[in-house]
Write a protein that binds this ligand. Sequence first.
Ligand code: MCA
Ligand code: AMP
Length: 550
Amino acid sequence: MNQNLFALFASRFPADKSRVFIEGDGPGTVRRIITFAEFEATISQYANLILALAIAPGERVAVQIEKSPEALMLYLACLKAGVVYVPLNSAYREGEVRYFLEDAEPKLMIHAPQDAHWIGPLCAELNIARRYTLNEAGGGSWSINASNASSGLEFNSDTVLRRDDDLAAILYTSGTTGRSKGAMITHRNLSSNALTLHQHWGFKSGDVLLHVLPLFHVHGLFVAAHTALLNAYHGGRMIFQNKFEAKAALAALEHATIFMGVPTMYTRLLAEPSFQPEVCSHMRLFISGSAPLLAQTFSEFQTRTGHTILERYGMTETGMLTSNPLVGARKGGTVGQPLPGVTVRIVTAADVDHEHVNTRFTAASLHEMGSLQVGVLQVKGPNVSPGYWRMPEKNQEEFTEDGFFRTGDLGVKDADGYISIVGRSKDLIISGGYNIYPKEIELLIDALPGVIESAVIGLPHPDFGEAVTVVIMPNIMPNAALGGGFKAVAAAGEVLEVVSEAHIIAVLKSKLAHFKVPKRVFIVNDLPRNAMGKIQKNVLRKQYASTFMP
Ligand code: MCA
Ligand code: AMP
């Protein structure tokens, strides 16, 4: 049997090809209506072009484009053609993309037309000879060439043979050392998780998913789109918005039944006075994940709409791990119980560093949750990645001897088996659902002239949950003329560099995806250190805790 994930999806597509699958954003107020006939034909054309370009099964295809229905079709075409899909956040800049391309060694790159001026030379330098563009409206050299790639795979009849353990995708997640790791995701990882979620969340006839998440990360691609694809045989479809915008989402909610979002999206919806119960009249399920949902958002949402958000928890390396139930108590502040087929254990090692327990969780609140036993979460299941691309040493570190994956999350379990994530043993910031590893930013800042050392921390933020902030220790003295900035002066008196908030932000914006760039920069004479000389980030987090809070 062909274990290609695409074969599973295709088996769920309806016989009536005139049925609509996606209602998407069009130019201005025009809606794009995509039937299964168009959806399948485009996927086949794209897959045929991949074959015509002689990209062999198992070879990588890197994609950095804006969200569109065609972006989803391109992903599905990669599955169908048996190649390994490597999605890249469209916010990544040249330095970040260079690393991914060098590491993944794709044979084909598809990118947004507006990035051609830097991706073109980069691909030339890295010998990626096959390069095409695809824009938000589905146009570009990729679609032009695909429309001519007529022969090759017929829909349904030809899906390149893949085994469960073959790679379907590589998704990069940042690493604590500042070096990103490519999580290898197999066809089994994806199919097992998609089937579990589709069943666990009770997808049913006529469900309409409002899809507002980006397509280059697990939440939008593997959780949201996969469950909708599996539901196609039930008449399921998607309303597809290329970018989350609260007012547009509200307008579409009236026609949807399921919404998946990160906590920032929920707080932005709640900030809209017109978000009232009648807007949700057809809705049956709101799901949240990727970052902790504050208890306040959970209860405010319940009061305002009458709906109880279902929170779940997962990772790029593992897909979804736990979920609150569809039927039964959804407990705010918890991520529910392990999904069927997933084993989650909480290892209460003596060395759990309570410095990493989020300050929201006091001893009293942990006690209230039914457990003071904070431990690290380790997981196992068919959904868990076999490891990192070309990083055997990381696999040794991240997997236990008995095959459990170390999540780096700290959790507690209550008497009913519901898990709460109370902190992270990894130095990670989650801002608006995006993961940001401080080390990557610190390395860039520390390399700037005039900087001795920096500490990047996440501070509570009303919109993004956590906001990236940096505290810098310069090797020079403050300069009043620079409005609190610092000036590095060479021996001869020549000004070498200015260390100021504006300067640091400007430099970082030229090198990093903007969501990683600190929202504030503090310049101090000294950084707090422990006896070993290590910067005490928990002290800084406390000191600057109210920076963004009203
Ligand atoms: C945008 N900015 C951000 C973020 N997003 N800064 C920090 N954190 C962010 N998440 C920057 C922009 O570049 C801009 O800066 C400034 O903030 C204001 O942008 P704004 O217009 O407010 O933002 P937006 O474009 O509306 O985006 C907010 C967003 C977006 C819709 C919440 O961040 C988003 O789609 N988040 C979802 C991420 C996601 O899918 N995560 C799932 C990962 P400037 O003006 O300087 O350019 S998968 C995962 O985590 C696991 C597996 C799981 O469990 O799901
Ligand atoms: P990523 O690297 O994007 O896969 O993000 C995975 C991380 O997001 C997890 O290790 C958790 O730290 C965090 N995460 C995901 N869902 C939740 C949730 N519901 N509550 C708290 N943290 C979450």
